[in-house]
Ligand binder design. Structure first.
Ligand code: NDP
Ligand SMILES: N[C@@H](CC=O)C(=O)O
Length: 881
């Protein structure tokens, strides 16, 4: 749980918060929080804490000082050490103890502080104070080489010097005493004592010392040293790692702050680790409980311990980025529910996901364990004795086994401890023994909104199933705020990404790849570029990420702008062309793998190539969860075995939905032909027959052909208008129409193949086997036969139209395609331009067929049909949310 970091000093102090959380206090006595009057935007008593990343240099201290100009009447500022100083001090202590040379590092550390002091304070006072501190440190380090006398470790508190020095620098940056700022050394007031769960605060002693301190100081503007404290005997100590945040929370409570702002190098708490989930989003607000759950499960932003003093008094915390103060950050307060919506307004039961890595499962099973009181106590007692901490526990109602998840490095000691504790039972066969499953991680979904919300587990498990992630163990307590699953470490990233999108923590991005920017593909890209569909309402992000033609492909890491995707593909082909994203020779497997990006939930390939070899990839793509949309008829009308493989693959992906195969534009281009047929059949109608004009090209040719212009000239015009297939013989031979008839018949459940269709071809025998270019050169050879047919038809007052017929009767299927001479009563005679005319005769529409009619060819209408399929898939994905 972190965000993009920056070490640049911040430049502005302005900020605003969208949060509706509020808590406030007047300038009342410490430790009493009043909750009227102020809001988090204008707290009167405001505590701040700056982490080391916000205090890397003198410039950072100045910028931090600027951030405090927040209008509060009273401000306390708790500081960490300068960036890297605590680690440097720990190294100095270790070197001094081990008798290694530490003088040079001590000198460098002193120099760094003196240089910062010189920039922050023109006088000598600050430098001389720092010199004194370093001289004292020198003496204490030198003494560390001597053996330790008694239980008290003299080196223990030395790393806290970083905070003491830092508080002096911050005091100077704020203008010091002259500007009304006091400096409080926490070692003077903050009293710790040993507690059952580690170091605890002696609140009465601390409040008494603080009250004495306040008698001697103004106390309205105070710089406080983080991390350091004193023990019950008045000796200096430190609060442990994350101690500065804890100090800040302690002093915010003592100071009765309405708000504690923790300035750090991240934008706030994110919905997941952005290194694993690039689409992770900042969470505007969290409840204390949510923050604790997320923090425990790997969130680096805030340690749960920090929240305790704040939670006790209802003090809100805001995490903010000192390098990006305009970002509102994350507010953590009593009521995270007040902001149970993300920035896009979507309500989410789950606020965030976390992942704990490097774990192992310990499992004790045995038939003799059922119903035996004390088994769990014995198991966990053994782990306690072995010093093994338990991350997750799960036991089924059969009591046949108990499993728990522990740190990987504690798995073996844990296993041995359990085996010892149950040695007798194992010996007697009542327990089978302890197994260790290594390489485990735990993924947890966290959110107050999960409480009482049905379907959260279904969604998590469904998302994992879709990502083909096996769940080894599950745990959810009655609190319902945390649902944890143990999974194989190798599945971690895939699982996290899939769960993230399953809970709509990020938009349902559909990663789109387009193959074939020809007539139809180009029109589709133009429609994508100008479309008003932004998917916002559906939470859909339709994102073009790849484009390929027959030679090369352009793969964009994030997105390709449809408006210039073709130029990008062409540019990158130029020698020396430089583009951000990779354009290389076409490799369809790499293309599909890129589109099926693991960090994006959905993938879709649009095949506008019209190439049969590409259709051969569909079963594999669909099986991998990639949706396929195409205007190409090859898959729908090609080999029956491939067609079946496509149907099987598109039904087989487990989990939420399946990969869809849509091809509405194959018949009638943009007309709703296939969906009309589907609707008839799905509502229980029975198809009896189809008759009509299924070719836009042939419709246009016969609507235009009156003998005044050679037929071949019209064919050339139809090609130029983008009506024909890439090879116009596919239209003229009737093959294209036959393909459409096969597609419709198969939709109706008939195992029809191209060989079953009786096709009349308009292509003379001599032109069928020649190359496309030779065919086009010899196109005029079509003219004489067509002229003759036209004259024959006219002689009997008829008109030529190209018709397709499908008859289904008594289990028999008859399919024919060819030119017919029709009288004026036939509907096909009254079509215009590229009109397709599809008459469905069904049991319900037996006397008067259901008719779909309209333009049936051309790049724009075809692309619209393809786009409609894409949106159809997007909408079904939206509906699954
Ligand atoms: N035009 C229309 O009215 C209708 C068309 N259709 C169908 O639409 C599809 C496309 O038609 P159209 O746009 O006219 O065809 P075009 O010939 O204009 O475009 C084909 C595109 O596909 C690319 N391509 C061809 N083979 C491959 C391959 N093996 N790998 C990758 N890319 C390839 C071509 O790239 P390159 O330039 O490198 O060769 C070109 O960009 C066809 O299946 C057609 O039946 C469906 C309904 C109506
Ligand atoms: N060439 C085809 C295009 C649509 O499938 C036609 O003319 O109908």
């Amino acid at each position: 749980m972190s965000a993009a970091s920056s070490s640049n000093p911040p430049s502005s102090s302005s900020s605003s918060s969208p949060s509706s959380l509020s808590s406030s206090s007047a300038d009342g006595p410490p430790n009493v929080v009043q909750r009227e009057g102020a809001t988090l935007d204008t707290p009167r008593r405001h505590a701040h804490k700056f982490g080391g990343s916000s205090l890397a240099s003198a410039a950072h201290y100045r910028s931090a000082a600027g951030l405090l100009d927040d209008g509060a009447s009273s401000r306390w500022v708790v500081v960490s050490a300068m960036q890297g100083v605590t680690d440097a001090l720990l190294r100095l202590v270790a070197d001094a103890r081990a008798g290694r040379d530490w003088q040079a590092d001590w000198g460098a550390l002193q120099q760094r502080h003196i240089e910062a002091a010189a920039l922050l304070d023109s006088g000598d006072a600050l430098s001389s104070q720092l010199h004194d501190e370093f001289a004292a440190l020198h003496g204490e380090l030198a003494a560390l080489a001597a053996p330790v006398d008694g239980a008290h470790d003299p080196g223990h508190a030395l790393p806290g010097l970083g905070e003491v020095l830092s508080s002096r620098l911050m005091h100077a940056a704020l203008g010091g005493d002259a500007a009304g700022w006091d400096r409080l050394d926490a070692r003077d007031v903050l009293v710790t004592q040993p507690g059952e769960l580690g170091c605890a605060i002696d609140w009465p002693a601390t409040e008494a010392l603080l009250a004495q301190w306040l008698e001697r100081h103004r106390g309205t503007q105070v710089v406080v040293t983080g991390f350091v404290a004193r023990d019950g005997q008045g000796r200096a100590t430190v609060l442990g790692r994350n101690g500065s945040d804890w100090s800040a929370a302690i002093f915010a409570r003592l100071f009765a702050a309405e708000l504690l702002t923790i300035w750090t190098d991240v934008d706030g708490v994110l919905s997941a680790d952005p290194r694993l989930v690039p689409d992770a989003v900042r969470l505007p607000s969290l409840s204390y409980a949510e923050a604790c759950e997320l923090a425990y499960f790997g969130a680096k932003v805030l340690h749960p311990q920090t929240l305790v003093p704040l939670q006790q008094r209802g003090v809100a915390v805001r995490i903010r980025n000192s390098a990006r103060p305009d970002c509102p950050g994350t507010v953590i307060g009593p009521d995270g529910g007040a902001a149970a919506r993300h920035d896009d307004g979507h309500p989410h039961p789950v606020k965030g996901l976390s992942l704990v890595e490097n774990l192992a499962i310990l499992d004790l099973s045995g038939s003799g364990m059922a119903g035996v009181p004390g088994t769990a106590e014995r198991l966990f007692g053994a782990l306690r004795e072995a010093g093994v901490s338990v991350t997750m526990i799960s036991q089924g109602s059969s009591e046949h086994s108990i499993c728990c998840v522990v740190r990987a490095d504690q798995a073996e000691p844990g296993r041995a401890a359990i085996a010892r504790a149950f040695a007798e039972a194992i010996e007697a066969g009542q327990a089978q023994g302890v197994t260790v499953t290594p390489d485990i991680c735990v993924l947890a979904a966290v959110g107050d909104g999960m409480v009482g919300t049905p379907g959260v587990a279904a969604r998590l498990l469904g998302g994992l199933a879709q990502a083909r992630v096996n769940v080894r163990a599950i745990a959810q307590g009655a609190g319902e705020r945390n649902l944890s699953v143990a999974i194989a470490a190798g599945d971690a990233t895939r699982a996290l990404r899939s769960a993230h999108s399953a809970f709509w923590l990020s938009p349902q991005t559909i990663s789109v790849g387009v193959i074939g920017p020809g007539q139809v593909g180009r029109a589709l890209l133009a429609q994508l570029a100008s479309s008003t569909f932004d998917g916002h309402d559906e939470g859909i992000d339709l994102r073009l990420r790849a484009l390929a033609d027959s030679r090369r492909m352009c793969l964009a890491a994030v997105r390709l702008d449809p408006a210039d995707a073709i130029a990008r593909l062409a540019d990158a082909a130029a020698p020396g062309a430089s583009v951000d994203d990779a354009t290389t020779a076409l490799d369809l497997d790499a293309f599909a793998a890129h589109v099926r990006a693991e960090h994006l939930p959905h993938a879709l390939i649009v095949d506008c190539s019209g190439n049969d070899a590409i259709a051969a990839h569909y079963p594999r793509w669909l099986a991998a969860g990639i949706h396929v949309v195409t205007p190409s008829k090859h898959a729908g009308s090609g080999a029956w075995s491939r067609y079946q493989a496509i149907r099987t693959a598109s039904a087989a992906v487990a989990g939420r939905g399946h990969a869809q195969f849509r091809y509405e534009a194959t018949v009638g281009a943009g007309l709703p032909v296939i969906q009309t047929l589907r609707c008839l059949l799905d509502t229980g109608d029975v198809l009896l027959g189809i008759e009509g004009v299924l070719s836009g090209t042939l419709a246009w040719l016969f609507n235009r052909y009156d003998g005044s212009v050679p037929f071949s000239a019209l064919v050339r015009e139809a090609m130029a208008l983008g009506y024909t297939e890439p090879d116009p013989r596919d239209d003229l031979s009737g093959t294209d129409v036959a393909r459409k008839l096969v597609i419709l018949a198969r939709e109706a459940g008939c195992a029809l193949s191209m060989d079953d269709v009786a096709i009349e071809s308009l292509v003379p025998e001599a032109l069928r086997g020649v190359s496309r270019s030779e065919f086009l050169e010899r196109l005029h050879e079509l003219d004489a036969p067509m002229q003759e047919r036209l004259l024959q038809a006219r002689a009997s007052d008829r008109q030529l139209r190209h018709l397709a017929r499908l008859e289904l009767a008594a289990g028999e299927v008859h399919a024919t395609v060819g030119v017919s001479s029709l009288d004026g009563g036939h509907a096909a005679v009254h079509t215009r331009l590229t009109d397709n005319l599809v008459q469905f005769r069904t049991r319900r529409y037996a006397d008067n067929p259901l008719v779909v009619q309209g333009p049936g060819a051309g790049p724009d209408v075809t692309a619209a049909g393809v786009f409609g399929d894409i949106l159809g898939i997007a909408q079904t994905l939206g509906a699954q949310a």
